[in-house]
Ligand binder design. Structure first.
Ligand code: FAD
Ligand code: SF4
Length: 332
């Protein structure tokens, strides 16, 4: 681990100002916000992340989880994953989110990990985390050994010639299904980014993972109110039943009236270079009675364009089955 400056910010404006000052005082210096540290500190120890300045944002008062006036939910950027998963409103109205968080990591990690940190966690591709190997995401232009190498866990959707890494967040998949919006404060002001637009496809710049600019601070995430009677679920398929990242996962939320689906959304994890959702796949469910045939049709549309790698062809059928099973659970 290389030396770095650690600063403690007292409020969001101070954190952003400290990030801007650190970056301009030393040209090209890199700055990272420290939340739970469960991704950042790991990557610093491995030498993958080498920030010159680290700004602790744990005391900014951004940890509230509150019902909004319109019935939606507002989640502070430093709300801990455990607190979010066990919050009564999340358990009742956003059940897939609670289940997704509890399906990830371990109790100790969830107690430390935060909302924004979870959304910005980085890929678990083994080459990315090993500085002795090339990796376009870590070192642009160095190559992608995963394409010819260990790619069983990696993506089948949204890949490029430069990178096939999977986005590993379970929480982001459920939040995507629930139409979450990410609220950001930066040197040039405040903005709102639909979660669907936060993560970038790898293209030929896999090192650029999100639309955030240096020094942008996520302050909170909001989700709209859910339709009365909606049922939702998160299904995560993995090599072992706990403490493991998804091979494939699906968050599904469905509302029903008179025996047909009147609202349906689902998003996928473990298969895409970013959390994956296809509006067209949801549309075919509307007005239909639930059943394997229509679920499978939605799955086919969601997986259109899948490009399996040498070791992960099994993910296509596994994803189909995961979608069908998640939708069946949400309509049972
Ligand atoms: C052994 C292990 C198993 C795991 N298993 C799973 C799993 O199964 N599923 C899963 O989804 N996750 C899993 N995780 C990942 C875990 O969920 C993340 O490490 C965690 O959510 C990151 O949150 P954090 O607050 O610790 O982030 P940090 O490590 O503090 O930060 C992560 C990144 O986000 C940036 N950041 C943090 N907050 C902000 C902010 N407010 N604004 C702007 N930038 C910010 C940081 O600068 C950093 O770049 C696992 C992790 C470990 C170590
Ligand atoms: S898949 Fe992406 S993260 Fe993994 S080695 Fe290739 S470029 Fe690096």
């Amino acid at each position: 681990m290389q030396f770095f400056n650690l600063a403690h910010a007292a409020d969001p404006s101070a954190a952003i100002a400290a990030a801007a000052t650190s970056a301009t005082a030393q040209q090209g210096a890199s700055v990272r916000f420290l939340a739970g540290g469960t991704t950042l500190v790991d990557l610093m120890k491995l030498g993958v992340e080498l920030p010159d300045h680290v700004i602790d944002i744990n005391h900014l008062g951004l940890d509230a989880i509150e019902r909004e006036a319109d019935g939606g939910l507002r989640v502070g950027a430093t709300a801990r994953n455990s607190d979010l998963a066990h919050h009564p409103v999340v358990r009742s109205d956003y059940a897939a989110l609670s289940q997704a968080i509890l399906a990830g990591a371990s109790t100790q990690l969830r107690n430390a990990a935060t909302t924004a940190g979870n959304l910005l966690q980085r890929t678990r591709c083994v080459y990315f985390r090993n500085v002795a190997t090339p990796c376009n995401k870590r070192e642009p232009g160095s190559g992608c050994p995963a394409i010819q190498g260990a790619n069983r866990m990696l993506a089948i959707l949204g890949t490029s010639e430069a990178c096939i890494a999977t986005n590993p967040s379970d929480m982001a998949v459920a939040m995507l299904a629930y139409d979450a919006t990410v609220h950001v404060q930066g040197v040039s002001g405040d903005r709102q980014i639909p979660l669907a637009e936060l993560h970038l496809p790898p293209g030929n710049r896999p090192d650029r993972e999100t639309v955030l600019e240096p020094g942008d601070l996520i302050t909170h995430v909001t989700m709209p109110p859910r339709p009365a009677g909606e049922r939702s679920t998160y299904l995560k398929l993995r090599d072992r039943v706990s403490y493991e990242f998804a091979l494939v996962s699906a968050a599904a939320a469905v509302s029903m009236a008179d025996g047909v689906m009147t609202g349906a959304c689902f998003a996928l994890g473990g298969v895409g270079t970013r959390p994956w959702r296809v509006a067209e796949a949801e549309r075919v469910l509307l007005g239909q009675a639930p059943g394997d045939e229509v679920f499978r049709r939605a799955a086919e549309i969601a997986l259109q364009g899948a490009r399996p790698q040498s070791q992960n062809g099994f993910k296509v059928e596994l994803a189909r089955r995961c979608i069908v099973a998640a939708l069946a659970r949400a309509t049972r």
